[in-house]
Each structure stands twice: as C-alpha cells, then as structure tokens.
Write a protein that binds this ligand. Structure first.
Ligand code: NA7
Length: 548
C-alpha cells in the first residue's frame, strides 16, 4: 500500500560531484526543472580529479575529447593546453563548469552519504549523511566513480612506520616535496607508471616495488596542436563527438581493418614502430584490428614492446624484471607513460621484484622484503582501487525488503545495462558495473548515461509512472551477456582490477561491459524507443503493480 505522501525533499539526490554528478545536476535542474541535491565528500568538485593529485597525474584520453558536450559554447570557449589533459587542468575545467553553470549552489560539499534506503511505504529514497542530514528523494542517482575507493594493502607494520606515506588516490592538496628523500613507490599500474618518472627526478633515491610488470606505451605528451584544435576540431566539434559516441572506445577515429597476422614481421614491426613514435592509444587503435581480440596478433604487439624495453633499459637484470610475461598486452589496462622505462637507467632508481622477494612487513624505518631492509622517508602506495563496487559498498544502500546492495552483489555486481539493479527502484547508476565505463573514454560514457537516465525520468513523469526498476530476468540476461562478451576477449586472461583480482577475497567477475560504447548505446536507444522493456514500472497508488 502507498502511504500518505508529502512531496519529497528533492526530486533527485545525486551522489558525487565529478563529471557524472555535475553533468547530471545540470541536466536535471536546468533542462528538466527538477529539484536536486548533490552530496560530495570532497571540499570541491572534480571527483577523480579532486582526489588524484599525485605527481604526473594525467588522463590517457586526448584532451579535446575529454569534455562535456552538452554546451556548444563551452566546447568552443575551453582550450586545453596539452595533448593529454593533466590533473590540475582537468580540475580547473570542472571548476569552470561548476561556476559557469552555477552548479555549486545545489551541491553540499564535505558530506558523505552514509546510507540510502528505499521506503516502500512512500516509494521514495531516504538518504542520510555523515553531517546528520536525512532527506527524501524520488530518484537516487550515483555518480560515485568507478575507481574511487583506494586500496591500501594490509601490510603488517604500516601502523608502526614513522615516515610519511600516501595513496595516489588520496593525495594531499599541498604538493609533497621529495627533495633529498628516500622514496618507495609500491605498484606499477597507471598511477605508478605516471608518478615514478616525476618522483625520480626529485628524490634522492627511488625504490620501485613491482608485483607485476605491465606493458606501457609512450604517451608522447606535448603541447596541444593549436592549429589542429582551431581549424579541425572546433569547427567540427559536434561531428567529432558524435563519431566518438558510436565508436568502440569513445574516441573519434576510424577503426583500422588490417590484421597483424597478415603482415610479414618486418613490415608489421614498422607499423608498430610508427605508432610507437606517434604515441598514445593509437598504438592499439591504429596498428591492427585484432591486437585486442586475437592472442596471436596480441603476441606480436607484446613482443614489440618487450623489444622496446630491451632497447631502452640498460641494466640487464632490471630489464629482465620489467618484461611483462604473464598476461596479454592490454588485458590489464594498457598504460601510457612519459619516460617510464628510461627512468630505470637513472642511478637513483632501483627496482624490486616482489614475486621473487616479497614484502615481509613495514618497519618503523621502511620496508623489509624477504631479502633485505630498505630505509625510507616516504612510501607511496600506487596500489590501485577497489574498483567498480568498492564505493557502492561504503554506502549502506538498501532496496526493497531491506535488501542491502552489498548482499545482493556478494558474488559480484549484477545490473541491467549497468544502470539499475533489480530490487532498487528509481536508483540509477552512472557508469555502473555492467556498462562500458572504464573501458572507454569516460565523459562519452558518462554523458550517454546522463542522457538515458534523464530521458527515462522524463518519459516516466509524462506517464505518471512513479518507479522504474530492473526486471530480475532482464538483469540476469544482461549479466550473462556481459560475461559471454568478456569471454571472447583477452581481458579475462589477466589478474586485473576489471575482474576484482587485485582485492583479496573479492569475487572474480568481469565488471565492465566490453561490447563497446557504440553497440551499447544502440542497445540502450532501442530499449528507450521500445518503451523501456526490462524495467518494471509502477504508477502511484498501485504500489509495485507493473504498468501494462
Ligand atoms: P592499478 O592499475 O590497479 O595498479 C595497482 C598496482 O599496484 C599494480 O601494479 C598492482 O600489482 C600493485 N599492487 C596492488 N596491491 C599490491 C600489493 N598488495 N603489493 C604490491 N603491489 C600491489 O591502479 P592505478 O592507480 O595505477 O590505476 C587505476 C586506474 O586509474 C587505471 O587503470 C586508470 O583507469 C586510472 P598487480 O598488477 O595487481 O600485481
């Protein structure tokens, strides 16, 4: 039965003020005229780019496609300074967006949402924060990021350590001065590979503790090509971004057709060589069509990169340790770097292979491995994130019958389209697990979800539909589909955070949707056109009675 209702405090509560939360707020408030409250843990906007202030932090998408597209004026007015956008500039961009569209007045900063409960008597969400607020909303929308809960490994003795330590994803706002310091970096994923060359230039000594050697390709970062931006991008911005929306990964480039296996070795290596010289993800996207889908083709790229490591790294023992050997290229997220391998030629940089000499404990003065003690002033944990689900689990989210999301997802996340979870009516996830999200240029995926959610809510309101909720059967079918597609890729051949393999005890389930942003958009559009099959819809007063 439907309880006596007053208006909810807000039409929508949005959690997070990064790209997702800002874009969603603008759409709901300024286009749809809804009342919205955004809660944000940080003291400012920016999300990922608010927290990840480590040295060298930079996005691997090219800057001109790493942006909102909802405002033509914004697209024309903003000009990025570099080929790849660096953290301070992305943060400035998001601050500019917040100011330009007057978004801050609906954002409550320094506030963590602690719980969100779906009240079946009113069909509303009740949201509580660590600031003591308790508000109600018809729609709950999460913009909490996919890689936003840091993983600091539980290494014995960390509490006793007397030096300073930091996680890359919770970096201090004041820059850390490494001058004259003995520094350790643990972890060689994206954050490690970006920060290591920068820290090495400052520190007295840098010891890198590596568990798994990874493949990285030079970014060839440089100043943005102003002529290209002014003459080719800005006059054609909408077309460029439209092309990105229908692509595999959210970039505007034409896919290549050729197979790596159709070329003689010398010719193939010349193609790799050319792309290596140009830098960036074009090494994957522009070399051959099958590098990410065919193991034999992938091996040719992997061998090429291993050859480059041998060319660059002078010390044979260090070089041997750096050679990736246990996963296909790109199966762990392919990395872009600036002088990463060359950094190991510096006299002040040393590499420890944790597979042969694991960390035993952290001592008051540093790190002890099975081989020796390292005296350290600063330890940097570049050890990644409890990705895709970790941040959901920090909030006590409860749907129908008091079901906790963390219980529902105990064996791995289950969603319909990565947008909704069965049993959690009117809760929408921006780039939730089961959507392309982290396998794409994020703003393209984020804006697609914002469009879908906004259009869906508009459609519901026009028809006096009070709740929408994923149908359990549609959800199950989507989970099966995501897994089937994942099983055809090389991604499942690595112990990556895509699979939850980096967090001890986390279920191994491939979490993002690897079918590509274009095909995914097509599926979503078709669902919208057909009146949202796969969602259970209810009208007021018929509480949970499906709309026929
Ligand atoms: P990643 O890519 O998850 O990398 C984390 C790194 O830390 C990786 O090399 C891990 O080794 C290593 N790691 C994790 N736990 C440990 C422990 N306990 N001991 C030693 N080493 C460890 O995180 P990033 O922050 O670099 O990047 C995350 C994403 O942000 C990135 O992909 C982009 O999308 C942006 P492993 O490979 O697991 O053996």
């Amino acid at each position: 039965m439907t309880g006596l209702k007053t208006r909810p405090d807000f039409d929508a509560v949005v959690i997070g003020a990064g790209f997702s939360g800002l874009g969603m707020l603008h759409r709901l408030r300024d286009v749809m005229g809804l009342s919205v409250r955004v809660y944000e843990t940080g003291s400012g906007v920016g999300g990922t780019w608010y927290w990840n202030r480590y040295p060298g932090a930079r996005c691997d998408s090219e800057s001109y496609i790493y942006c909102f597209s909802f405002s033509k004026e914004l697209l024309q007015d903003w000009t990025w300074s570099g080929k790849f956008p660096e953290q301070p500039e992305i943060l400035s961009y998001l601050e500019h967006v917040a100011d330009r569209f007057d978004l801050r007045r609906n954002i409550q900063f320094n506030t963590r949402v602690t719980s969100a409960t779906f009240r079946e008597d009113t069909n509303r969400w009740q949201i509580e924060t660590d600031q003591g607020a308790r508000v109600t909303a018809q729609y709950l929308i999460t913009g909490i990021g996919c890689i936003s809960t840091g993983n600091v490994p539980r290494i014995e003795g960390l509490d006793s350590y007397q030096g300073d330590w930091y996680h890359t994803g919770a970096w201090p706002h004041d820059p850390v001065d490494f001058t004259g310091k003995r520094v350790a970096v643990i972890g060689t994923g994206s954050s490690g590979v970006q920060s290591i060359p920068v820290i090495a230039r400052q520190a007295e000594s840098l010891t890198v503790f590596q568990r798994t050697p990874q493949f990285t390709v030079p970014a060839r970062h440089r100043a943005a090509d102003r002529q290209f931006i002014e003459e080719e991008v800005k006059p054609n911005y909408q077309e460029i971004l439209e092309k990105a929306r229908w692509s595999q990964g959210g970039g505007p480039h034409d896919p290549v057709e050729r197979s790596a296996l159709d070329y003689p070795e010398a010719e193939r290596n010349q193609i790799y060589e050319d792309q290596w010289a140009l830098g960036g993800y074009d090494f994957i996207a522009r070399s051959f069509a099958d590098v990410m889908t065919d193991r034999a083709a992938n091996d040719t790229a992997a061998d090429f990169i291993r050859g480059k490591i041998r060319e660059i790294v002078k010390d044979p023992e260090t070089c041997r340790k750096l050679l990736p050997h246990d996963h296909p290229f790109g199966a762990k997220r392919a990395l872009l770097d600036t002088n990463y391998y060359a950094t190991y030629n510096r006299d002040n940089v040393h590499l420890v292979d944790l597979r042969s000499t694991p960390i035993r404990r952290i001592t008051p003065t540093g790190i002890q491995t099975s081989e020796r003690d390292f005296d350290l002033d600063i330890i940097v944990f570049a050890t990644g994130f409890d990705a895709m689900t970790g941040t959901f689990f920090k909030i006590d989210i409860r749907g129908r019958n008091g079901l906790a999301l963390r219980d529902k997802w105990a064996e791995g996340p289950k969603t319909y389209l990565g947008l909704q979870a069965a049993g959690f009516p009117n809760m929408f996830m921006i780039t939730g697990p089961g959507s392309p999200s982290v396998l794409s240029n994020m703003p393209v995926s984020i804006e697609q979800h914002i469009d879908f959610i906004a259009d869906f809510i508009t459609w519901m309101r026009e028809r006096d539909i009070e709740t929408a909720e994923a149908d359990p059967q549609a959800e199950e079918a989507w989970v099966v589909h995501v897994n089937e597609v994942a099983d055809t890729t090389l991604y499942v051949l690595a112990n990556s955070w895509y699979l939850g393999a980096n967090i001890p005890g986390k279920p191994r389930v491939f979490m993002p949707y690897p079918g590509g942003v274009g095909p995914y958009r097509q599926k979503c559009n078709q669902i919208a056109r057909n009146g949202y099959p796969g969602f259970i819809l209810t009208r007021p007063a018929t509480s949970h009675q499906p709309v026929s």
